[in-house]
Design a protein around this ligand. Structure first.
Ligand SMILES: [Zn+2]
Length: 270
């Protein structure tokens, strides 16, 4: 199982080939460059300065989906199932059949390639999922990015209890030596979802597993004293195969914070 994620994350080294608009890839997150206020140096244990993410949400929580033609029905179904999990957490809907320029395009990636644009990008929204990425957990993680969520293990806050450094220590020597891998562990502050909105959550679908981007197999992060037990939850939901274990309670809270409470049950039951 760990191999799948390692391969999946390695695959995300395949960066977006599009020249426009300018993007920055950090781990499996593809940011519109203009959504990042760069502070300090990405991919280092910066002593000062933080990168801020100031992205945009999807209007009315509607994700217009356009599947590439080579994506079969089984994969379309699992993608929509992952999206339904988010729909039960916030006022979010995945709808097929919109014009391409407005849509989130879902493409087959290279083997192991899983990545997604973060938040709403005008005219360019894409998820790439290669072999090994078509699991409910990984798709839910990528959809979290599409909705505007950044990695939990990158969380930065002026409030020490809400900052990732209170919970994990990054083992920089164990992380692959390339900017995409190391950028997945830089501290970032989201202006879209303030850190005060939710407590730190090892069980979040947006938290990496400690083998992610590891070189040599050593853990890329370790728990700080007192958090060893919670640490075991890191990245576990990536292997969840049922909607009920996919999103943590705080993932659901984040979805409702960004998009409002889920639509009435009568709407989803139609
Ligand atoms: Zn990610």
């Amino acid at each position: 199982m760990q191999t799948i994620v390692a391969v999946a994350l390695l695959g995300s080294l395949v960066s977006s080939a599009r020249a426009e608009p300018a993007t920055v890839q950090l781990g499996d997150q593809i940011f519109l460059a203009e959504h990042l206020n760069r502070g300090g140096r990405i991919g280092t244990q910066a002593a000062s300065g933080l990168t801020e993410y100031r992205g945009a949400k999807w209007a009315q929580g509607i994700l217009s989906i356009r599947f590439a033609e080579d994506i079969d029905d089984a994969r379309r179904a699992i993608f929509l199932k992952a999206c339904a999990a988010w729909s039960r957490a916030g006022n979010i809907r995945c709808l097929e059949g919109s014009p391409e320029e407005e849509a989130l395009t879902v493409n087959l990636g290279a083997p192991g390639e899983c990545n997604a644009t973060v938040g709403h990008h005008p005219g360019y929204n894409a998820v790439r999922l290669g072999e090994g990425c078509w699991t409910l957990g990984i798709i839910a993680h990528e959809l979290g990015h599409v909705l505007g969520l950044i990695h939990e293990h990158q969380r930065a806050s002026r409030v020490p209890e809400l900052d990732r450094d209170a919970y994990i220590t990054i083992n920089w020597d164990n992380i692959e030596d390339n900017p995409i891998a190391r950028g997945a562990f830089s501290k970032m502050k989201s202006l879209l979802l303030p850190s005060e909105a939710t407590a730190y959550d090892f069980g979040s679908i947006m938290h990496y597993h400690p083998q992610g981007f590891s070189r040599g197999g050593g853990p890329t992060f370790s728990p700080t004293p007192g958090h060893e037990e919670e640490f075991g939850r890191a990245g576990r939901s990536w292997w969840c195969s049922k909607p009920g274990c996919l999103l943590s309670a705080l993932d659901k809270k984040a979805a409702a914070f960004l998009y409002g409470p889920p639509a009435a049950a009568s709407a989803s039951a139609r």
